[in-house]
Design a protein around this ligand. Structure first.
Ligand SMILES: [Zn+2]
Length: 522
């Protein structure tokens, strides 16, 4: 089946819900895709290894050293206060706002019972493209659902814009004057969202006890010789994001509702203001039933949001998140955000956003009290995405291995440092069981079935990174990871960048490994 038919097939599935996506944008002419079996059903997740009893691991429960996870300490202590420094001198007035990167400021009224949000959004857009721009493209993901997104006003620098088009997820704005390189222009957008019922495969939408807002606001897509906005696909992620600064002010109709969000909260009059810098996404989850466990690493506050009955896994998640943040903060780069929230929701596996990740309810209900569990393995995977997706961005559709293979292999590093005796278990449970094969540099569009795609990108990607590490040695491997994370912090990297930085750290020949795993010659 070609890609267009496949997209229609996806539409059939989506349209079963009460708030189904509108007809998708016709597919782009390229890339050419391989034929996909129309009757193939994607395995729901790359992260659903068969139950332990079905795997090839005979000793998963018989190793005497299996120990329950330690109970994470709940701290309610306030963060240590930093040394007070004198206020800086006020800079001279400037005719143009000086910003380091694009900033999103939002005022969000969430009516929890009505399942609606009304938003006033301001985007101070900094043109870093080096080009004079005649148009600007925003992604508006809620517009992929019917009757979900309503645009009520659009301005640029205070003047109403009338020359724009909204087609599927693509909002194209034609400003009266082109935007010069280095210039800042301010867009305001007012809109409402009728939140759709959440489908199992997605995080966006409402459940009876939870509302998740993910990829929910218009954002300016990256520019790389043209605006980069790929078509949705039946699996994997298609969006690419530039890092931006966020100030999101939220008011909720119901005072019992608790919100987990990508930024650090503060009360500002009757709003709660969340701020985060250099993030790609701003997600939030609201529920009147959340229970919370909290810890911290350095200045980063870590919270586990879970539901009644899931106290033990909720605490285990907190412990896992605390260990992960501490370890990756040393092995990769300091954690880039002020908060890390791990939120339970109904979904097949996990999903990463900056400062907030979701984990599947069934991981909580299936939790066996040990680290030999999806809850811990996939939990640390989603947290690793804070570095490989969040800090270092990439084209998730065309080069998904850059964040997915790296996050799978980060799981291996997590177990290596926390549970060195679980190494064989992890390789068998997460990788070898599936018999991974295929080119690591496969895109979401040409991977064939979901299983084949994840076998190539995620799992063979982990094999590649392990072979690479063995070849270059631990010292060079981890020096490379740190350098790569630092050089591309809040930027975007490609496969070429990956290997260019790697070559700075080793003289070893790894061309045979590259030939084995990659179709691209980097
Ligand atoms: Zn992932």
């Amino acid at each position: 089946m070609n890609r267009y038919l496949r997209a229609l097939c996806v539409l059939c599935v989506w349209s079963l819900s009460s708030c189904a996506p509108a007809t998708p944008t016709p597919p782009r002419a390229d890339p050419i895709l391989v034929t996909v079996d129309p009757n193939s059903t994607a395995t729901p997740t790359p992260f659903q290894p068969a139950p332990v009893t079905d795997t090839l691991i005979p000793s998963a429960t018989s190793i005497p050293t299996d120990t329950p996870l330690p109970t994470a300490t709940i701290t309610s202590t306030p963060l240590p206060t930093g040394t007070l420094t004198p206020a800086p001198a006020i800079p001279p007035a400037s005719p143009v706002p000086v910003i380091a990167r694009t900033k999103y400021t939002m005022y969000v009224n969430l009516d929890y019972a009505a399942k609606t949000v009304a938003v006033n959004e301001t985007i101070q857009y900094l043109n870093t493209t080096g080009q004079s721009l005649d148009n600007v493209v925003m992604a508006v993901e809620p517009n992929l659902w019917s009757n979900c997104f309503t645009l009520t006003a659009l301005t640029e620098d205070g003047i109403a814009l009338t020359n724009y088009s909204l087609d599927g997820q693509r909002l194209t704005i034609y400003p009266p004057q082109s935007i010069q390189p280095g210039a800042v222009t301010t867009f305001t957008i007012s809109y409402g969202i009728a939140i759709p019922a959440k489908q199992y495969e997605n995080t966006f939408g409402y459940l009876g006890y939870q509302i998740n807002l993910t990829d929910w606001y218009p954002f300016i897509v990256p520019y790389s010789g043209g605006w980069v906005l790929h078509d949705p696909w039946s699996f994997g992620e298609h969006l690419i994001y530039d890092a931006a600064d966020y100030e999101v002010n939220v008011k909720v109709s119901d005072p019992k509702v608790i919100i987990a969000a990508s930024g650090a909260p503060e009360a500002v009059q009757d709003w709660t203001r969340y701020t985060v810098s250099g993030a790609r996404t701003f997600a939030l989850s609201a529920s009147d039933r959340f229970k919370i466990a909290e810890s911290a690493v350095g200045s980063a506050v870590i919270r586990s949001y879970y539901f009644a009955g899931d106290e033990d896994p909720g605490q285990a998640v907190l412990w896992m998140a605390t260990q992960s943040l501490g370890l990756y903060g040393v092995k990769f780069a300091p954690y880039p955000y002020p908060v890390l929230n791990v939120v339970e929701t109904e979904t097949p596996d996990g999903q990463e956003f900056d400062g907030l990740v979701f984990l599947a309810e069934k991981f909580y209900s299936d939790y066996n009290g040990t680290a030999k569990s999806d809850l811990i393995a996939i939990g640390t995977h989603e947290i690793a995405h804070q570095w490989w997706f969040g800090l270092v961005g990439n084209d998730q559709a065309m080069e998904p291995w850059l964040d997915e293979a790296m996050s799978v292999y980060s799981e291996r590093i997590f177990y290596e440092y926390n549970y060195p005796k679980y190494g064989d278990w992890w390789w068998n449970f997460r990788v070898n069981y599936f018999g991974p094969s295929g080119y690591v540099d496969t895109s979401v569009y040409n991977g064939g079935t979901f299983r084949l795609y994840t076998n190539a990108v995620y799992l063979n990607g982990a094999n590649f990174l392990d072979d690479l590490r063995t070849r270059v040695g631990d010292e060079a491997f981890f020096a490379f990871l740190q350098d790569y994370a630092t050089r591309f912090a809040h930027g975007r990297a490609t496969g070429y960048d990956f290997f260019a930085v790697l070559r700075l750290h080793t003289d070893k020949d790894f061309s045979d490994i590259m030939k084995t795993y990659f179709q691209t010659t980097y």
